[in-house]
Design a protein around this ligand. Structure first.
Ligand code: SF4
Ligand code: SF4
Ligand code: SF4
Length: 300
């Protein structure tokens, strides 16, 4: 079995306990306006082009069978994405690292081998492997196989999920997951649909079901000024943490504009932008939530 992976990030310290390797799987059914990983949205392999790294050598233009690349004295390097079949031929010829293929097919064994290379760090820090994305359960068979292999290798496992998938998928995976990093993005059906493109009701149902099944959950809440930074939302975060036994703690994640810069490199645009909340504002929100729940509340 293979799955499409767009990054394997070593020494992650924000994706669960200890030092971890985070495996980013391609594909996501949501369309969060502030998406910080736009390269994870499509399940298909994509070509990333970073113009600031291009030295105009023309090697890509010489090799591309579709004529997608061009070099002109006045315009420099041009890339017509529409004609690209994502064959990957040009990537290895770009010595400047301006071109990159986003999405590589890996077997479970290949991913696990990379993850296990850092086993010593997991043992000393209480870390392990985290699946992220995209939405990792978009490739649910591959995600489940990877989690099973990791558990058999004795690793601690975590999954960062939007919770938007069939309930059976979550319940089947639950025995293989030590910690769910479960997103809570907005409060209210209409707003949730507007900000993420999907309904909230099935996500809340899945969260409740996972909690009832005894899963350990960290509620992850992106704080996005002008989108979800309201007292109503913060109070709902606290109420949810209080209501569900499975939620062990709440993590508030300040918005950052990473997605705005990444999107154009894969031929997309991210129109939404706002200013990152200050440390002081995040602390205010943390205290507001903390005052309304007995669960620990942290800022990431
Ligand atoms: S990936 Fe293939 S088709 Fe696309 S630009 Fe590169 S060589 Fe051309
Ligand atoms: S091979 Fe890379 S550096 Fe050379 S022109 Fe193409 S994109 Fe630019
Ligand atoms: S769930 Fe994550 S990857 Fe999917 S659109 Fe939202 S922020 Fe992006």
């Amino acid at each position: 079995m293979t799955g499409s992976v767009f990054n394997i990030q070593k020494f992650s310290i924000h994706d669960g306990p200890g030092i971890r390797t985070t495996v980013f799987l391609k594909g996501c059914p949501l369309r969060c306006k502030w998406c910080h990983n736009p390269e994870g949205l499509s399940a298909a392999t994509e070509v990333e082009y970073e113009p600031t790294k291009c030295i105009g050598c023309g090697a890509c233009a010489a090799i591309c069978p579709r004529g997608c690349h061009s070099i002109s004295e006045t315009e420099g390097h041009g890339y017509v994405r529409e004609d690209c079949t994502r064959c990957g031929e040009c990537i290895g010829h770009c010595v400047a690292g301006s071109l990159k293929l986003v999405g590589t097919e890996y077997t479970v064994e290949e991913v696990l081998k990379k993850v296990m290379a850092d086993k010593i760090f997991y043992e000393t820090s209480g870390g392990g492997m985290t699946l992220s994305g995209g939405e990792p359960f978009f490739q649910h068979d591959f995600a489940a196989a990877l989690l099973k292999a990791a558990k058999e290798a004795g690793l601690n496992t975590a999954v960062e999920t939007s919770g938007f998938c069939k309930t059976e998928i979550l319940l089947d995976a639950a025995p293989l997951v030590d910690l769910f990093l479960f997103d809570y993005k907005a409060t209210g059906e209409e707003l949730h649909m507007e900000l993420t493109g999907v309904p909230q009701e099935p996500i809340l149902k899945n969260l409740q079901t996972l909690s009832d099944a005894g899963a350990k959950i960290m509620l992850r809440c992106p704080i996005v000024p002008t989108a979800n930074d309201t007292e109503e939302h913060f109070a709902a975060i606290a109420a949810l943490a209080e209501k569900l036994e499975g939620i062990q703690r709440v993590e508030l994640e300040p918005y950052h504009a990473l997605g705005t810069g990444k999107a154009p490199k894969i031929g997309k645009t991210q129109e939404f932008s706002t200013t990152a909340p200050t440390k002081e504002r995040m602390e205010e929100i943390r205290q507001f939530v903390e005052a309304r729940t007995s669960k620990p509340v942290i800022v990431s």
